[in-house]
Design a protein around this ligand. Structure first.
Ligand code: ADP
Ligand code: MG
Length: 320
């Protein structure tokens, strides 16, 4: 373990033979961030599709190889969790490191968060997806890993229609918690960062839980709870926990959902719900669990079985 909670010891063999000897690049870009381009590629031998993340080793004149190794180490540590994107192979060239990742063909949940009616998530969808995100994040937290950049652009879907399962990506800011001393340089996307990050206070697994609160809010309402007209306004909204929970914004959404979000958008990180606590929240246990043993709750889920076309106007908690 090195400084700043970066894990840099990796087990994956780094290939230095030409990437294009094994993979055919598909022209279409899957996405891009500050220092990375992600492209679809096909293993020529098997025909299987992957997502190749090309990471520059030098950024702003600095050697960032260890940052990439940290990202690889975190992916390795989460190999057994289905909701964290799988790392298949790693290549290194003179200028780049290429992560060959499982391809999440459904794209970012961001697209459905901002979509209009028939493409937008229903509350039922959000319950299922939130459970998956929390299962993945609970796994990371049990292993003392904080993601620190949970937002709709970093939560992908295996398929968009029909709505598939989630994959958490982008561990570029992730840290091992044992030895974090300095967070000043780790700033995620303004809209999603927790108050303690803005105040340069210690970060913890609770920092991710704040982001999950914001994420859930956005998935349900299509609105970003803290977004202001400029950065200063956004930061002020965050530090004052200025959130709109009005009937207007949450039309047709159950009060359990609001209660769930309120357990996360709490200024004091120690008072925020943990991932495990969230998984036990009644809102996420309204519907039967698809694979595991259900946490059987007596609450009727029927209010969430709305017609596909419109949001129910009825009181969410009342039996149908
Ligand atoms: P950055 O660190 O630059 O933000 P990300 O890992 O978030 O890089 O990748 C950038 C974008 O590329 C993502 O937001 C997503 O749209 C796309 N992407 C990343 N990984 C995958 C993947 N495994 N499958 C499909 N698309 C991906
Ligand atoms: Mg990203």
């Amino acid at each position: 373990m090195s400084k700043n909670g970066m894990a840099t010891k990796i087990h994956t063999r780094i290939r230095t033979d030409p990437f294009t000897a094994t993979y055919e690049l598909v022209a279409k870009e899957l996405g891009r961030g500050k220092f990375a381009v992600v492209k679809k590629c096909i293993d020529k031998a098997t025909g299987k599709q992957y997502a190749a993340k090309f990471l520059r080793k030098r950024r702003k004149g600095e050697d960032c190889r260890m940052d990439v190794f940290n990202e690889i180490a975190v992916l390795e540590s989460a190999k057994s969790n289905p909701y964290v994107v799988a790392l298949h192979e790693v290549y290194e060239t003179n200028t780049e490191i290429i992560l060959v990742l499982e391809c999440a063909a459904g794209g970012e949940i961001f697209n459905q968060c901002v979509a209009d009616n028939d493409e937008a998530f229903t509350e039922k969808d959000v319950i299922r997806l939130a459970r998956q995100i929390l299962t993945g994040v609970a796994f990371l937290h049990r292993n003392n890993v904080v993601h620190l950049d949970l937002k709709p652009q970093n939560i992908l879907l295996t398929s968009a229609r029909p709505l598939g399962d989630i994959r958490i990506v982008d561990f570029g800011l992730s840290r091992h918690m044992d030895s974090i001393t300095e967070v000043r340089e780790i700033l995620g996307t303004p809209e999603y960062v927790a108050p303690e990050i803005l105040n340069y206070e210690p970060i913890s697994t609770a920092t991710d839980m704040w982001s999950i609160g914001v994420l859930t809010y956005v998935m349900l309402t299509g609105e970003s709870p803290f977004l202001g007209d400029n950065k200063q306004e956004t930061f002020l909204n965050i530090s004052q926990v200025n959130v709109d929970y009005s009937q207007d914004t949450f039309e047709g959404i159950s009060s359990l959902a609001i209660d769930f979000i309120k357990s996360l958008l709490v200024k004091n990180p120690r008072k925020r719900a943990t991932a495990e606590e969230c998984l036990d929240h009644p809102w996420l246990n309204l519907l039967p669990h698809p694979h595991s043993h259900p946490h059987l709750h007596s609450t009727s889920a029927s209010s969430l079985d709305e017609p596909e076309t419109s949001q129910s106007e009825s009181e969410p908690e009342s039996p149908a």
